[in-house]
Design a protein around this ligand. Structure first.
Ligand code: NDP
Length: 281
């Protein structure tokens, strides 16, 4: 019997699953589309009802795959998409969101993120986000690849306190955010969305992680995801195009790591001891 997936809490109090589904590289190869749709549907079926996508992925192709996967079950899903920085002007953000809505086949995106800081003034992007929120086209907005300084800048803007998430590179081998950014976000009840939680698959070939996982009768992916699920208010969004691997990832929510096991992971992947520049892909 599987345990319910733990939840993370958005600043407005809404609960979302702390384990969701990534979509980067989906929609790139036409002949893979049906399998990708099936993988996302398998995830939703087993409770991974948060789906992360972006207008950038396959130039809209990943949003189309996502739209196909959630057709007829939109209300069961918490949908996250992102605007490209080059589109993130006052009017460009609204137009980009409307194009995403069309590709996704829905009338609203639950959480809409600025993919990374860009050349358009942040103030204009935030104004557009607030307009989209007021019109109901998005439920909440947030940012991605924002370091502590950029977070301070966004939160000082009019409406900036409504920032609901920061999606950053975070996994066992990239723990820099734990020193400063994560505590800053935690103080404001802003969840961290951990992208590339398996380090794009590289972590799965780590010999020490492999050994420890075997000893616990887990897969390395499950152990890497269980670590993130033990962190407060972190949402991990592993991507897999295989229903079997999606279900394997889902089982990481059933794992309860002991203090000793967490210490062993800390020894293998030491937490940061000083401030570090934000890592990103
Ligand atoms: P992940 O860390 O999720 O790793 C994905 C890779 O791991 C794929 O090659 C996948 O292969 C493989 N994989 C997944 N599960 C398993 C498993 N159980 N066993 C073996 N292999 C597995 O990398 P991503 O970079 O995709 O990150 C996740 C999501 O985060 C993205 O899809 C995207 O939505 C988001 N993202 C956001 C960024 C941002 O700038 N905001 C940047 C990067 C990612 P397969 O599909 O064949 O199973």
């Amino acid at each position: 019997m599987s345990q319910p997936i733990p939840t993370a809490t958005l600043p407005d109090g809404r609960q979302v699953p702390a384990l969701g589904l990534g979509t980067w590289h989906m929609g790139e190869i036409r002949s893979d589309a049906a399998a990708e749709v099936r993988a996302l549907q398998a995830g939703v079926d087993c409770g991974m009802t948060l789906i992360d996508t972006a207008e950038m992925y396959a130039s809209g192709g990943a949003e189309k795959i996502t739209g196909e996967a959630i057709r007829g079950r939109r209300d069961a899903v918490f949908l996250v998409s992102k605007v490209l920085p080059s589109n993130a002007s006052r009017n460009g953000t609204v137009a980009a969101c409307e194009a995403s809505l069309r590709r996704l086949g829905t009338e609203h995106i639950d959480l809409y993120l600025l993919h990374w800081p860009g050349r358009h003034p942040l103030r204009d992007t935030v104004e557009a986000f607030e307009q989209l929120r007021a019109s109901g086209k998005i439920g909440a907005w947030g940012v991605s690849n924002f370091d502590s300084l950029a977070m301070r800048q966004v939160s000082a803007l009019p409406g900036g306190q409504n920032c609901a998430a920061n999606q950053v590179l975070y996994n066992l081998s990239t723990r820099g955010i734990e020193f400063e950014l994560q505590p800053w976000l935690a103080e404001r009840s802003i969840p961290v969305m951990a992208y590339s939680p398996l380090d794009e698959g590289r972590l799965l070939r780590h010999p020490g992680l492999g050994r420890m996982a075997r000893g616990l009768a887990l897969s390395p992916a499950q152990l890497a995801l269980a670590f993130l699920l033990h962190r407060d208010n972190v949402i991990a969004i592993p991507k897999s195009s295989s229903p079997e691997r999606v279900r394997e990832n889902r089982a990481s929510a059933d794992i309860s790591l002991t203090g000793e096991q967490l210490t062993e992971l800390d020894q293998m992947f030491p937490p940061p001891r000083s401030r570090q520049p934000l890592a990103m892909i």
